[in-house]
Write a protein that binds this ligand. Structure first.
Ligand code: PMP
Length: 437
């Protein structure tokens, strides 16, 4: 990115400019279609059909009905309507710290936002399951079976509610899905942040859970149009038919317009042409390995987790007490900005440095940002008198390292089986997914 004076910035934030800012193919596709036609005639335009076909080819065959909308919020709101209609129930299970959109139906299921509401304003049909975070969550790495423990939390909610319910969750946490389905609920995978190859090893983050796992509804947004307002809900024929049976026709003026679909098609083409999914595997792996080296040096780095080009670095003042280093994270962000690097901090404590750069991020970009983080952390730790040598730090490190190494090697080898069965992986992703911009 460049500012108004032409100063170059390295963008580590922008998961919307998925294939790169102003990618010429995307710009061209949009401009050409704008020159020709952009309208809503209520008849099908070829671009819409072509886009739906191309998108569907990336998904399990059961997910075959597409609804085109204009933002992640609209997609999730429609997903709720589909789920409510199909199940006949209104209960929703969501994860603590989750964010699913800005409209009222979604603020209700977004603990990231609704903790600011009064008790009276809380929707009684919304149930919050703990985020499967084995670093600072309810069940941690020292728990004998955190995956089952977190899934059982979902089961307990269902038993308490004693009704059939829908569940909206982010795509990386599927252990509770079995219980939701057994109760007649549906599983909504919100891929708004993590879809379109960002996790590297797979095109969709829910696929990290294995080929046999297919959500009932998938919502997409942000990267789908590389910045152009476009989004999509994809579901099964069963869910779509139940929705249609209400007789309420679904209509959306801008959703699926020819320009948006031309842009969406160009984005899908560029992902393949520029091998951006492969790049996410390679550069993401390199980023994690370089950050792991920093963790050896800097006591402020408590945990590194992620997948592909979606990586979080959790800063803590104390590796034993896990005291969130929120002010320090802000300091890193501001110092980086002074040095023309854009990065954001997020998570419930705002102490997680969150990497979600455009997918063309390179190894050289990794070197640039990691080197600068190294300098900033060195200065910060000197100023704070923080060192990595206390006995308790080492002991804790010893205990954690086993887990850390498993997690890291799981990421680095892109070993799907390990990723699937080792709970740290999905839970690690969740804590960084819990905060959005
Ligand atoms: N779901 C997730 C996971 C998101 O990150 C966001 C946006 N931050 C949304 C939904 C809402 O998308 P939008 O801002 O396009 O309405």
């Amino acid at each position: 990115m460049y500012d108004e004076k032409g100063q170059r910035y390295l963008d580590c934030i922008n998961n919307v400019a998925h294939v790169g800012h102003c990618h010429p193919d995307v710009v061209k596709a949009g401009a050409q279609q704008m020159e020709q036609l952009n309208t809503n005639s209520r008849f099908l335009h070829d671009n819409l059909v072509l886009y739906a076909q191309k998108l569907q080819a990336t998904l399990p065959s059961k997910l075959s009905v597409c609804y085109f909308v204009n933002s992640g919020s609209e997609a999730n709101d429609l997903a709720l309507r589909l789920a409510w209609q199909y199940t006949g129930h209104k209960d929703i299970i969501t994860l603590e710290n989750a964010y699913h959109g800005h409209v009222s139906s979604l603020i209700d299921i977004s603990p990231y936002k609704f903790h600011q509401l009064s008790d009276a304003e809380h929707n009684p049909s919304v149930h919050v399951a703990p985020s499967p975070d084995v670093y600072r969550g309810k069940y941690r790495a020292d728990h004998p079976d955190p995956a089952t423990a977190y899934a059982d939390e979902v089961k307990n909610i269902i038993e308490k509610v004693d009704k059939k319910g829908a569940a909206i969750r982010r795509s990386t946490c599927c252990t509770g899905a079995k219980h939701v389905r057994e109760a007649g609920g549906v599983f909504i995978a919100d891929e708004v942040q993590v879809g379109f190859g960002r996790v590297g090893s797979h095109f969709w983050a829910f696929q990290l859970q294995g080929d046999d796992f297919v959500p009932d509804i998938v919502t997409m947004g942000k990267p789908i149009g590389n910045g152009h307002p476009m989004s999509c809900v994809v579901t099964t024929t069963e869910v779509a038919e139940a929705f249609m049976s209400t007789g309420m026709e679904y209509f959306n003026t801008f959703g699926g317009n020819p320009v948006s679909c031309a842009i969406g098609l160009a984005v899908l083409d560029v992902i393949v042409k520029d091998d951006l999914q492969g790049n996410a595997v390679r550069v993401g792996r390199y980023l994690v390995s370089q950050l792991e080296k920093q963790k050896e040096k800097h006591s402020l780095i408590g945990d590194i987790r992620g997948c592909g080009l979606f990586v979080g670095v959790e800063l803590v003042r104390d590796r034993v007490k896990l005291t969130p280093a929120a002010a320090e994270a802000q300091e890193v962000i501001y110092k980086l900005k002074e040095q023309h690097i854009l990065l954001s901090a997020d998570g419930p404590h705002r102490n997680v440095l969150k990497f979600k750069p455009p997918m063309c991020f390179s190894a050289e970009d990794v070197d640039e940002v990691v080197q600068k983080i190294d300098h900033i952390l060195t200065e910060l730790e000197d100023a704070l008198g923080l060192k990595l040598h206390s006995v308790s730090d080492k002991e804790n490190e010893g205990g954690k390292r086993k887990v850390g190494v498993t997690t890291a090697s799981c990421l680095m080898q892109s070993d799907e089986k390990k990723c699937k069965c080792f709970p740290t992986f999905s839970s690690a992703l969740n804590i960084i997914f819990n905060s959005f911009s």
